[in-house]
Ligand binder design. Structure first.
Ligand code: PHE
Length: 357
């Protein structure tokens, strides 16, 4: 019995992990363990022997069991200590640099434009990027044979074989949102509609996907003078200058009459663009008084309501404001470019807080 005790107490003390300990338990006090076998042999002893050996074996079994339990706890403690050491974390380390992620200039400029027009009482409207050809063309006074359809390099969606309805298109401009806004709310209306538009074109100044913001104001007494004031206020606020000069050039769009393209005075000294001075003019948008046919297509009576609309390239004014030379870089997802031209994610542009801090 002393040999057994010495053997198992020693082995238990030396056990390095819980699996070894479990093996030892089975060997010693398991059903067929050494000590259990000894206890079974009590039956063959004389009553006198049994009286001595019985309690001794029971005591030994208890002793081994508590040695096993104590060792198990010690191993568990050691394992926990080891985990705590390995999973240690320094919570006093500084937080990550907040510029690790940044806002894309297109998102930034969209927010800036929205803030400026919101201040003038415009709300934001949206429409689908996959658009019916009726909303994108017909409702805007561009019938099927009109050359503007071809000029726009339209992407057409696929229709199932045998489906003769006209195909949907990827909207070529944000103007269909004029129609959707009229359908949705009726007049009066004062909305801007920023979003993606698509044309099959690709070079330094054209990408197949780009961004526009549409403006639409309809009421009983809105005139071209209101358009001019709104755009001047916008350009001053956007370029953060006190004075700008706009030039309204007579133009033609099927959905406005009269129509004007708008240029801003600027200079390009040393390749650096300056808005508001110099002898150059830069086209930034198309605009005009909404054509009566378009107002009627939107379900509004053109004998009661009139107003202006404009469409401006967001990418273009972003390039101008932030000195970005190549349009294509906007959509290359080059992290170095994004870090250079991106904006801090927590600086939401507002008129009172500053637009482009
Ligand atoms: N939709 C025109 C374009 O994409 C811009 C525009 C909008 C012109 C509204 C006039 C009025 O070029």
């Amino acid at each position: 019995m002393d040999d057994l005790r010495e053997k198992y107490i020693g082995l238990i003390a030396d056990a390095g992990d819980e699996a070894t300990l479990e093996d030892l338990r089975v060997q010693a006090v398991g059903k067929k363990g050494e000590i259990s076998l000894q206890m079974r042999s009590l039956g063959q002893m004389s009553p006198e022997e049994r009286q001595v050996m019985g309690p001794k074996l029971n005591a030994l079994k208890d002793e081994i069991n508590s040695a096993l339990a104590a060792k198990k706890e010690a191993l568990e403690d050691a394992a926990l200590d080891e985990r705590l050491r390995a999973e240690w974390l320094d919570v006093t380390l500084p937080a990550r640099d907040r510029r690790a992620g940044s806002i894309h200039p297109i998102s930034q400029v969209t927010e800036e434009v929205t803030a400026i027009f919101a201040d003038m009482g415009f709300s934001v409207a949206e429409g689908p990027q996959v658009e019916s050809d009726w909303h994108n063309f017909d409702a805007l006074n561009i019938p099927g044979h009109h050359p503007a359809r071809a000029e726009m390099d339209t992407f057409y969606m696929h229709r199932a074989e045998g489906d003769d309805r006209p195909p949907h298109v990827l909207r070529t401009h944000t103007s269909p949102v004029q129609i959707r806004s009229m359908e949705l709310t009726g007049a009066p209306i004062r909305v801007i509609c920023p979003g993606r538009v698509y044309r099959a074109d690709y070079d330094q100044t054209h990408t197949p996907m780009f961004h526009q913001v549409e403006g639409l104001a309809l009421d009983t007494d809105i005139s071209m003078a209101n358009l001019k004031w709104v755009l001047e206020e916008f350009v001053k606020a956007f370029f953060e200058v006190d004075d700008v000069e706009l030039r309204f050039r007579a133009s033609h769009f099927p959905f406005t009459e009269p129509s004007a393209e708008v240029d801003i005075r600027c200079s390009w000294e040393g390749g650096q663009l300056k808005v508001g001075e110099g002898d150059d003019w830069l086209e930034i948008l198309g605009s005009g008084m909404v054509h009566p046919k378009v107002i009627a297509a939107g379900g509004i009576d053109p004998n009661v309501y009139q107003g202006f609309a404009f469409g401006m390239g967001i990418d273009r004014i972003a390039m101008l404001k932030y000195g970005i030379p190549d349009l294509r870089a906007f959509f290359d997802s080059d992290l170095r470019w994004l870090r250079h031209y991106g904006f801090a994610s927590l600086d939401v542009p507002t008129l009172h807080g500053g637009l482009s801090r």
